[in-house]
Design a protein around this ligand. Structure first.
Ligand SMILES: Cc1ncc(COP(=O)(O)O)c(C=O)c1O
Length: 442
C-alpha cells in the first residue's frame, strides 16, 4: 500500500474536504530544503506559501536544525511551571528587546489559537482584578481570523469559519475595516486607511462601547486568512491609538504577519504603536516547531500579584518547550546575522517586480496588492462572466501540476514565500502562476 493509501485510511486532514482527496489527494513529502518541498519521487515543489506562513529562512536551515539537535540532546522538555531553562529565558529576552517598546513579559503557549486564548483571558482577568468587571466584552474586526479554538473563533469576523459553531461562541463587537485593493509597498510609509469611512466608524463604535470593552484584537496591516485584505498602516495606527486612549487593551495578532513578513520584524513597527498584548506563533520558531508567545505590556502583570487567588490559571503542557525555543533563538539570530532588516526592502521590491509582471501579462487579474513579502492577486474571469466553481481548488491543482504550492483563498491567489526566496525562484514562481492562471481562467 502506498503512503497515500495508508493516509487516506487513517488521517483526517485540516482545512480539507474528504471528497476533494479523490481529485487532489494529499501529496507525500519526503524532505524539504530552502523554498522547496520534495515528494517521494524527489520531484520539487516550490513552497510559495511558506507552509501556511511559517517558514522564514527556508526549510531545514542547517543552523536551525543544528540548534534543535543540540538542544534535543541536552534537555528535551521540562514543564515551565516551577522550572525554567536557558532557551525559554533567552528567547523571551530577545523578543522583548526586539519588540515594540513597552512590552515587559512573555507568556508561552504552543500554537496561534492558544496564544489568542491567553491574550483574551489575560485581558479579561486583568479587568476583574482592576475592579472593572463590566469591561468583559471583546471587539474584533470584520473579516478577521484569529484561530479556531472556541475563544479565538468567536473573534473571527468571518462567518465561513464561525457559522457552524455560532451557538457555542461568545458575542463580540465587530468593527468595520477598510479594504485597500491596490495597496503597495509605498503605502507602508504613509497613513493608508486612516481616513477611510471604516476607520471613522470603527473609532465611533469604540467610543460608544468603551465602558464595556476589555480588549480589541486585530491583525496589523494584513488580514491574511481574510483573503489577504490589506487594511492600511494608517487605519491600524488610528484604531490602536483610539482604543488605548479609551482604556481598551489592544491585542495585536501578529501570528501571521510577524517575523518579517511585512518587511519589518513586527508589523506594528510600521505604525509606531505598541499593543498591550502581542500574539506570536508560526514564524516564531523559524516556522519549524509549534511555539507561541504572548508579549505582555510591562505593568499589566502587577495586577496579578498579591495572593494566589490573583494568579493567571492558564497553562499548555508544552509551553516554552526547550527545543522549540532553541529553534526560535536560532531563527532570530539568523534574522539579524543575515541582515534581513536591511535586505528585506530589496526582497520585497524583487517580489513586487514579479507581481507587476503577472498582473501585466494575465487577463485574469482584477486587483493586486502587496505589503512587504506578502503579495496577493484578486482573480476574475477574463470574459467578465462568473468564476468557475471551486476556483481556489482548481488553481491550486494547476499550480501543483507545475511544481508550485499555491493555496488560493477562493478568488485570491497569493504569495507568501520564505523571506530568503531568490530572484530565480521568484521568476519561476511568476511563470508558473501565469501558466496556472491561463489554464484555469484563460
Ligand atoms: C492571524 C492569525 N491568528 C491566529 C492563527 C491561528 O494559529 P494556529 O493555526 O497556530 O492556531 C492564524 C493561523 O493562520 C492566523 O493567521
Amino acid at each position: 500500500m502506498t503512503l497515500r493509501d495508508r493516509d487516506l485510511q487513517v488521517l483526517w486532514h485540516p482545512a480539507s474536504h474528504f471528497d476533494d482527496h479523490r481529485d487532489l489527494p494529499p501529496i507525500p513529502i519526503a524532505r524539504a530544503r530552502g523554498c522547496w518541498l520534495y515528494d517521494q519521487e524527489d520531484r520539487p515543489i516550490l513552497d510559495a506559501i511558506a507552509s501556511w506562513w511559517t517558514s522564514i529562512h527556508g526549510h531545514c536551515h542547517p543552523e536551525i536544525a543544528a540548534a534543535i539537535a543540540e538542544q534535543a540532546a541536552r534537555l528535551d522538555h521540562v514543564l515551565l511551571a516551577g522550572f525554567t531553562h536557558e532557551p525559554a529565558v533567552a528567547l523571551a529576552e530577545a523578543l522583548l528587546a526586539a519588540a515594540p517598546p513597552g512590552m515587559g513579559r512573555v507568556f508561552y503557549a504552543d500554537c496561534g489559537a492558544a496564544a489568542v486564548e491567553v491574550a483574551l483571558k489575560l485581558s479579561f482577568q486583568a479587568r476583574l482584578l482592576a475592579g472593572e468587571p463590566q469591561r468583559g466584552r471583546f471587539a474584533t474586526l470584520e473579516n478577521s481570523y484569529h484561530g479556531e479554538t472556541l475563544g479565538a473563533l468567536a473573534l473571527c469576523g468571518n462567518d465561513s469559519y464561525r457559522a457552524t459553531f455560532a451557538p457555542l461562541l461568545m458575542p463580540v463587537l465587530e468593527l468595520p475595516a477598510p479594504e485597500l485593493p491596490d495597496h503597495d509597498l509605498d503605502d507602508l510609509h504613509g497613513d493608508a486607511g486612516a481616513d477611510a469611512p471604516a476607520a471613522d466608524r470603527a473609532v465611533e463604535l469604540l467610543e460608544q462601547h468603551a465602558p464595556e470593552l476589555s480588549a480589541l484584537i486585530l491583525e496589523p496591516l494584513v488580514q491574511c486568512a481574510g483573503r489577504m485584505r490589506m487594511t492600511g498602516v494608517g487605519y491600524y495606527r488610528r484604531v490602536v491609538q483610539a482604543a488605548q486612549r479609551l482604556g481598551i487593551h489592544v491585542i495585536a495578532d501578529e501570528i501571521a504577519v510577524g517575523f518579517g513578513r511585512t518587511g519589518r520584524l513586527f508589523a506594528s513597527a510600521w505604525a509606531g504603536v505598541s499593543p498591550d498584548l502581542l500574539c506570536l506563533s508560526k514564524g516564531l520558531s523559524g516556522g519549524v516547531l509549534p511555539l507561541a508567545a504572548v508579549l505582555v505590556r510591562a505593568g499589566l502583570d502587577d495586577l496579578f500579584r498579591g495572593g494566589p487567588e490573583r494568579s493567571f490559571l492558564h497553562s499548555h503542557t508544552f509551553a516554552g518547550n526547550p527545543i522549540a525555543c532553541a529553534a526560535g533563538l536560532a531563527s532570530l539570530r539568523l534574522y539579524f546575522a543575515d541582515d534581513l532588516p536591511a535586505r528585506l526592502p530589496t526582497r520585497a521590491e524583487a517580489l513586487r517586480r514579479r507581481r507587476l509582471r503577472v498582473a501585466a501579462e494575465s487577463r485574469a487579474i482584477a486587483h493586486h496588492r502587496q505589503a512587504g513579502m506578502i503579495a496577493a492577486f484578486t482573480v476574475r474571469a477574463p470574459d467578465g462572466g462568473p468564476l468557475p466553481a471551486r476556483i481556489g481548488l482548481r488553481l491550486r491543482a494547476a499550480a501543483l501540476a507545475r511544481g508550485v504550492l499555491l493555496r488560493p483563498l477562493h478568488d485570491i491567489v497569493y504569495w507568501m514565500p520564505p523571506l530568503t526566496i531568490s530572484d530565480e525562484e521568484l521568476d519561476l514562481l511568476a511563470d508558473r502562476t501565469l501558466e496556472a492562471l491561463r489554464e484555469v481562467l484563460g
